[in-house]
Design a protein around this ligand. Structure first.
Ligand code: ZN
Length: 503
């Protein structure tokens, strides 16, 4: 790079870091609103959040950025691979926020704000016909967005790309299709097997003990409390990055493991943010990747590691000490089976790690068919119920526990659902490779020795930032294209013995 090209690149980086800082300011405002703010602060806070959002939009759509991008693009042959990746990421963000004409953006925001209210009404009255015309309008608007953003094969590609760049309807369809085909017979067998004992989980588990255990779990896996904290909020989340990563959870006396695994999940997100390259923070090489990668980290710590027998053994004495009467007479095997209980259910957010993917597969298929025109909005409830029966063997009694349960479509978030399932599939694929590379992973977990596991994640995943597209990262790390087979092996090896299923 000569001097002027370097100046352009540095100028774009400095500008990008400032926009990232604005983003963190808004994250702190939102964290404060959820965790600290007294109720009467809401009016001023809404104004402040909107103001920062406006400044961020202005800064990120500034034509100056467009000029820098064009200049670098024209001389991309002189950039190294990392710089090319940085340019790719910044260019996509810039185009996505500048390509849509302002009147279309306004129309979407007007439509979704009405649709969201109508969806609330529709769900409360269990009457899909209230929401249907609004969903129809949203699908139409999303098709227009897709045309403007552009796509390779089908409009749905463009919507998926907004969440998982590089993914297509075909690639996700193949992966989720493979998952569905193999998982449905498993879920059938599990549903038919005797359920493990869970009576002890409904006892009273003091919140002070829950807090102590959750914090111990968070710290022992390596979450750095000099660069992070844990607080209470109604909706658990993880926010922030680098040296200021904030987790939240909530506690219920009769759900002792909701907070325990909730904190492990959020800490998994937090370890990712704490493991990013410090020298690249605020730029694409120091940004965490998409949700399909972020969720792979949280779910790996929560499920593959946290819900393993080895992790329970490591925590056994602390659990017994914290809950001497509640867990008296409960063996480690009984506890292990209880916290890994699988049961087909109607509500996605309450689903266990095995059935969860089927909830997503059906939403993906419905979105795909709505966008292609193969499914009409009026036929949606029937299509939904048919799939729930086929995949999970149960039937919603109304649309409130069927196709009206999620907020996503009412706010225009079509294409968002697949990332949730891809997160689980990626977690299993990464973890299978981690097992190969690190060796005796169960022994290390049982000994409470998480250093090598975390270092592997830092080196192989966290420190790449956005260097690779999500699917590329999976292939780069594991040496094979993204698939569903590692997840199915994980299901068979873990849940087969719990439910007495030989495969
Ligand atoms: Zn998460």
């Amino acid at each position: 790079m000569d001097r002027t090209l370097e100046e352009t690149y540095d100028g774009l980086m400095a500008d990008t870091k400032e926009i990232a800082d604005l983003h963190h300011v808004s994250e702190i405002l939102e964290w404060d609103q959820e965790v600290m703010m007294p109720p009467r602060g809401i009016e001023a806070r809404s104004r402040q959040v909107a103001l920062i959002a406006g400044v961020m939009h202005q800064r990120s759509t500034d034509p100056r950025r467009g000029n820098w991008i064009a200049e670098l693009e024209a001389r991309s042959g002189e950039l190294n691979d990392e710089q090319k990746a940085v340019l790719r990421e910044i260019k996509r963000d810039y185009e996505m926020s500048t390509k849509l004409p302002p009147d279309l953006v306004q129309e979407i925001s007007r439509t979704t704000s009405i649709a969201h209210n109508e969806w609330i009404k529709s769900r409360a009255q269990k009457d899909f016909s209230i929401f249907a015309p609004h969903l129809e309008t949203i699908v139409g608007l999303k098709k227009r967005v897709a045309e403007i953003w552009g796509y390779a094969e089908t409009p749905y590609d463009a919507l998926l790309n907004a969440y998982e760049p590089g993914a297509t309807t075909a690639s996700i369809g193949k992966r989720l299709g493979e998952l569905r085909e193999k998982l449905v017979p498993w879920v059938e067998k599990i549903a038919a097997a005797p359920a493990p004992r869970r009576d002890f989980l409904t006892k009273n588990f003091p919140i002070e003990q829950q807090k102590k255990l959750a914090r111990a779990a968070m710290e022992v896996i390596g979450f750095n409390t000099d660069g992070g904290r844990l607080d209470i909020a109604v909706h658990p989340f993880c926010t922030g990055t680098g040296g200021d990563v904030r987790l939240t959870t909530r506690y219920f006396e009769n759900e002792p493991f909701a907070s325990f695994y909730g904190v492990l999940h959020e800490a998994g997100h937090g370890l990712y943010e704490q493991g990013l390259r410090e020298d690249a923070l605020g730029t694409p090489l120091g940004w965490s990747s998409t949700m399909a990668i972020h969720e792979s980290q949280s779910r790996m710590w929560e499920n593959e590691i946290g819900r393993s027998r080895a992790f329970l053994k490591f925590f056994e004495s602390r659990l017994q000490e914290a809950y001497p009467t509640q867990l008296s007479g409960v063996s480690i095997d009984e506890l292990y089976a209880a916290i890994n209980h699988v049961e087909p259910s109607l509500i996605r957010v309450e689903a266990d790690e095995v059935t969860y993917g089927l909830h997503i597969a059906l939403r993906f298929e419905i979105e795909r068919d709505l966008l292609s025109g193969e499914l009409s909005v009026s036929d949606l409830p029937a299509a939904w119920n048919k799939k729930v029966e086929e995949y999970l063997g149960i039937t919603p009694k109304d649309d409130a526990e069927g196709c009206l349960q999620d907020v996503h479509w009412s706010i225009g978030a079509l294409g968002y659902f697949p990332s949730y399932a891809l997160g689980s599939l990626n977690a299993a694929q990464f973890f299978a490779k981690l097992r190969e590379d690190v060796g005796d992973v169960d022994g290390k977990i049982e000994a409470g020795d998480f250093g090598e596991i975390l270092e592997w994640l830092h080196t192989n995943i966290h420190r790449h930032g956005r260097r690779y597209l999500p699917d590329e990262l999976v292939e780069h790390v594991t040496g094979k294209p993204p698939a569903a087979d590692d997840f199915m092996t994980y299901v068979a090896e873990k849940f087969g013995p719990i439910y007495g299923i030989s495969s």
